[in-house]
Design a protein around this ligand. Structure first.
Ligand code: CO
Length: 205
């Protein structure tokens, strides 16, 4: 699609919104109070708002390759802090997806330069769960299993943060592990027991 077309689409979208509500954009400009922080993959096929039917203002979004939450990544840590402490979201979703290129790359041994340290986060998930993963003979099933494991482990990283632990205690914030099944378009809830994850974390914060 040409960039000219993107601007045409934008003007059409503005007109549609104003037709529904002449004050739509002046309301939007006033501020945000999203209920959800969504952490997902940058993959162009996985559009958070589209697949959930969410409107502008409803999701605070962070996306990166393979929806990773490294404990020392200032970007994702700042997003979590801002969303939880200032926007006071009550739900954090970590959403992976099947056929994730980042997960696929992490399962291979190739040297991918600057991507190596990023993929290391996923390769560590593989290393931690190696015995259960190696039991799966079918490569496609193993790939899907690692997608799910990665989402769970990234949720653990979310749950390690002080602001998330405080918000769970103080106002019942919830953390969700989801997978988008790119073959069917459906979201799958992995039903993360985040309370038991917290209990198993030896050191708070
Ligand atoms: Co992906």
């Amino acid at each position: 699609m040409e960039t000219d077309q993107l601007f045409k689409n934008n003007r059409k979208w503005v007109l549609e919104k104003l037709k529904q509500d002449p004050n739509y954009f002046s309301k939007l400009a006033k501020g945000q109070a999203p209920e959800y922080l969504y952490i997902g993959c940058s993959d162009s096929r996985v559009s958070a708002e589209a697949m959930m039917g969410a409107e502008p203002g409803e999701l605070f979004v962070h996306r990166n390759i393979a929806n990773v939450v490294p404990n020392t990544d200032l970007n994702v840590m700042s997003v979590i802090n801002y969303a939880v402490v200032y926007l006071k979201v009550n739900n954090i979703i970590v959403c992976g997806h099947y056929n994730c290129g980042g997960i696929n790359a992490a399962m291979k041994t190739s040297d991918l330069c600057i991507l190596n340290p990023w993929l290391r986060n996923i390769r560590d998930v593989y290393r931690m769960h190696k015995p259960e993963l190696e039991k799966i003979e079918d490569e496609e099933n193993k790939f899907k299993y690692l997608v799910r494991l990665n989402v769970r482990e990234q949720c653990v990283n979310v749950l390690k943060t002080k602001e998330v632990q405080d918000a769970i205690k103080e106002r019942g914030l919830r953390v969700h592990a989801w997978v988008f099944d790119i073959h069917t378009g459906k979201l799958i809830d992995l039903e993360l027991d985040f309370q038991s994850v917290i209990r198993n974390l030896k050191d708070l914060y």
